[in-house]
Design a protein around this ligand. Sequence first.
Ligand SMILES: Cc1ncc(COP(=O)(O)O)c(C=O)c1O
Length: 454
Amino acid sequence: MAPPPTSVLHASLTLPPPTITHASGHYLHPSPGPPILDASGGAAVSCIGHSHPRIHTAISAQLDSCEYAFAPHFSTPAYERLASFLCSSTNGAMKKVFVTGSGAEAVEAAVKMARQYFVEKGEGGTRTRFIARQRSYHGNTLGALDVSGHAARRAIYEPLLSGKTSHVSPCYPYREKRVAETDEAYVDRLAQELDDEFHRVGADTVCAVILETMAGLTLGAVAPLQGYLAKMKEVCERHGALFVLDEVFAGMGRTGYLHAWQAEGVTPDLMTVAKGLGGGYVPIGALMVSPKVVEVLGRGSGAFVHFQTYHGHPVACAAAYEVQQVIKDEGLVENCRVMGEYLGERLRARLGGHPNVGDIRGRGLAWALELVKDKTTKEPFPVAQKVAPTIHAAGLQKFEIAVLPGGGVVDGVNGDLIVLAPAYNVTREDVDLIVQRTAKAIEHVLGGAPTAKI
Ligand SMILES: Cc1ncc(COP(=O)(O)O)c(C=O)c1O
């Protein structure tokens, strides 16, 4: 059947995706077709499920009071309330909030804030560089892509990127911890690599090190090893650079902590959040700024040299604030922890013995299955085989489930992932269904019999 005509510039020019006419709870309703179980919340976004009535009410009330005010000239109670909630959720680690329209915009704001911090300190002449990690993802706008380390996403835009960011190894034990190396020795090696990179580029040339607290969609739900973030921050501080944590994916409850760094006992100088902030009800992200950075700006120019027409949008702020109240009132951060453990357990029981499931990893309600051609050598499938995209398509077309396919985990190009990031309010029954349907989609594409019944 020929696809319907469309004026939308979809991801594929020839194959438009299914049209969702409505969504509720954990289900997306396409037309035509049966309901689809949303096991990834889109790109790890829909954290309280779809069509929550409290968010409807909050958005309507905000539209009734003030739909828009230009943030550089006016504040609104909605912006003030969200910012105050976010700061108090960090126990004083963060002092100011700049609300954006997306994760990439929050990262752009973080990059600009880091640069401005050093200009205000009188180090603007030298501090122009950033250090990030290979195979990281911080967004697709040019500034955010500049710090991102995902080769395939950067490739054709490389000539437009600044070349001011260098990338060190991520913390990725499945492939990069050496045989017989202890976790501690591996973490020390990564910290040494960062230190070496500071020396290579000139220790006083770096504005900031930027890392995902828990590597999300491109490396596939890799939680940091114990002590890793603390050691990276130590190196960063030794060279006077800022330590920036990107929690666009991992933040606002997904890992079983409201802020993923709270599990590590490491506070950033700047941090970003987005996906779980608005839960998909509105496009929103935020940069949060520590007292140390605010103080330098306060003693200097007293103003952040950055704004956008829609930053601090009151409807987005009101919706996000209500999403956060739902998370609090319904105990959803705790549910992420409990259901996350259950999801990991069920995935291991159902798919741990599959010959092509090389690794099953995650924390909270962020999980990834790394698919390999050979489990012993960890050889990936060639990218041309499109293993993860085919499993995603099979999930949608045959098993009524939406999972998130990923690629490039090995070298930025090859290496397939299936990421699961369901809403924080899933039940054990929802988790059972997610595991069952995901396993069926994988077995449909790769073969392999179930190792246990659920
Ligand atoms: C860690 C991280 N940072 C930034 C982004 C970019 O966010 P957005 O797609 O909202 O621009 C993403 C998106 O997946 C992400 O996972």
